[in-house]
Design a protein around this ligand. Structure first.
Ligand SMILES: Nc1nc2c(ncn2[C@@H]2O[C@H](COP(=O)(O)OP(=O)(O)O)[C@@H](O)[C@H]2O)c(=O)[nH]1
Ligand SMILES: [Mg+2]
Length: 193
């Protein structure tokens, strides 16, 4: 798995448009603005591959990126307060539609901001992943905004809040500083092999 050789494939606006799964898929979930695009760009060493947006809540799409032996799936960010009801319905349709399909789910990377308590929507997402028995890892984002001591405190608090075991996979990451990126790459490689 070469993380430097990933290219954008297609965006889909409805789950009915999704193409059949032909390779293991690594999907990324999280609320809008959690740092998903930044993390994807950092993982793939490509500044502009996934758009880093200052204005979240744009039209929800699922974006596919192809690598050698795996696909990376950028799920629409959830929980942006200002989007309309119809946009929220589109979001649910896309995410639920994606996970209801018969696909090769190798791993879901669930992004959660390390600075705050998990939101209700974060809790729902993690609960869904656990109940659906999907393989997942929680990636805590924006670690550079906290001291090491605060990071450890938040990591423990989020494990408790999300009802994850002490040894549940949770990676502390910073797209700004590169922390945790190699560890996340290792976990992804392991999941798709
Ligand atoms: N300090 C810091 N800021 C980050 C990090 N990752 C993302 N951001 C910032 O958070 C905002 C949202 O990032 P983006 O990747 O677009 O989030 P997305 O909506 O989840 O795709 C942008 O202003 C980023 O520059 C990080 O690791 N550290
Ligand atoms: Mg984004």
């Amino acid at each position: 798995m070469n993380f430097n050789n990933v290219s954008f494939e297609r965006s889909f606006g409805t789950s009915a448009q999704l193409e059949p799964s032909t390779m293991p898929e690594v999907a990324f979930s999280g609320r809008s603005n959690v740092g998903k695009s930044s993390l994807l760009n950092k993982l793939f060493n490509r500044k502009g591959l996934a758009k880093v947006s200052q204005t979240p809540g744009k039209t929800a799409t699922i974006n596919f990126f192809a690598g050698d032996g795996a696909r990376f799936v950028d799920l629409p960010g959830y929980g942006y307060a200002k989007v309309s009801k119809s946009e929220k319905e589109r979001w649910s349709e896309l995410i639920e539609g994606y996970f209801n399909q018969d696909r090769d789910f190798a791993l879901v990377v669930a992004l959660v901001d390390i600075r705050h308590a998990a939101s209700d929507l974060d809790e729902n997402m993690i609960r869904f992943l656990r109940e659906a028995d999907l393989p997942f890892v929680v990636a805590l984002t924006k670690a550079d905004k906290l001291s090491r001591q605060q990071q450890n405190k938040q990591k423990a608090a989020l494990k408790r809040q999300l009802e994850l075991g002490q040894d549940a996979p949770m990676v502390v990451t910073s797209s700004a500083k590169g922390e945790g990126i190699d560890e996340l790459r290792r976990i992804i490689k392991e999941a798709v092999s």
